[in-house]
Design a protein around this ligand. Sequence first.
Ligand SMILES: C[S@@+](CC[C@H](N)C(=O)[O-])C[C@H]1O[C@@H](n2cnc3c(N)ncnc32)[C@H](O)[C@@H]1O
Length: 340
Amino acid sequence: MRSAPLPATERGDLSHIAYGFMASKALFAALEIDLFSLLADGPRNVTTLSATTRIPPNRLRTLLHALAALGLLVTEGPCYRNAPASQRYLVRGAPGDFGEYFRLQVARQIYPALLHLDVGLAGTGSAFDTLGGLMSEPAEARTFTAAQHAGSLAAARVLARRVPLGAAERLLDVGGGSGAFSIALCEANPGLRATVLDFPAVVDVARDYRDASGLNARIDLRAADAVHDPWPGGQDVVVMSYLLSALGECQIDTVLRKAHARLAPGGLLLVHDFMLDDIGPGPALAALWFLQYLAYRSDGVSFSAAGLSDRLRGAGFAPAPAEVLIPEITKVVLARKVSR
Ligand SMILES: C[S@@+](CC[C@H](N)C(=O)[O-])C[C@H]1O[C@@H](n2cnc3c(N)ncnc32)[C@H](O)[C@@H]1O
């Protein structure tokens, strides 16, 4: 997908979009049988892969053909091997692995939710009642949060290297999910303590990640609704990663005001989220991420960094220019609390 969209001119341009869901499904099916991990140590032929996966050769060959045609696998004589990106990002346990994010959250939750996009757009129905509704089901909260951890931790560590927090001692991670950002920021800032605030079933999952990180003494957990419940005060830093895009428009302003109230003078609000370009309709992936929210909430809005910065100024912050974190998808805006 391109960040500077060009008007579609050919029938093939339409086909790539219309049939894109088949490519997604091919990838998800491969992840379900852990195919990329099976190819981690080198090329395998259909017979070997069929014996390991117990999928008959005729069916497996059809999937392998599709994956090779998409560029996810490479053929080598009668064998298949991982394409470089598959090897790097889709093999279990690889340093860049985020296959579980695709398999669990994108394939099992967002993909079926999008079947409700038409009724969401019409305002006559939804896949589930906001992320809060999904997170009230413990099993769904675990699936979503485990997947989000796989998707967020690497980006959080990049952010932690990029944004020095100086002498900050207290950080509140609102809608913190697994606590990936708290973990990364505490790892990078030895004097920092963090609180992860999220719905109760999510906090139960965050506990496992917090304990596994060895940061138990420095990361607290708070089960709360960020919009309706109180937040702990005296914070030097408030982090909101993928929170604002998940909220209704009025709720965005509510949580920005709450962040202002809970930050110490001169405190830092760090917003990481999907953001449209300030001018023009791209990037396509950011625009699509906002679109999928229509399947499960009717009051959401899509926003650019410029639009967000206006809201931040209105809530008493001085925002710095946005910086890209995940190319084509997310940006980060750092905003200092301005005393009022
Ligand atoms: C896409 S996840 C991002 C999690 C984490 N911040 C990250 O970047 O990895 C969005 C999170 O916001 C949480 N969330 C959404 N609305 C919330 C609310 N009203 N109160 C608390 N948490 C909320 C969800 O439960 C979910 O964990």
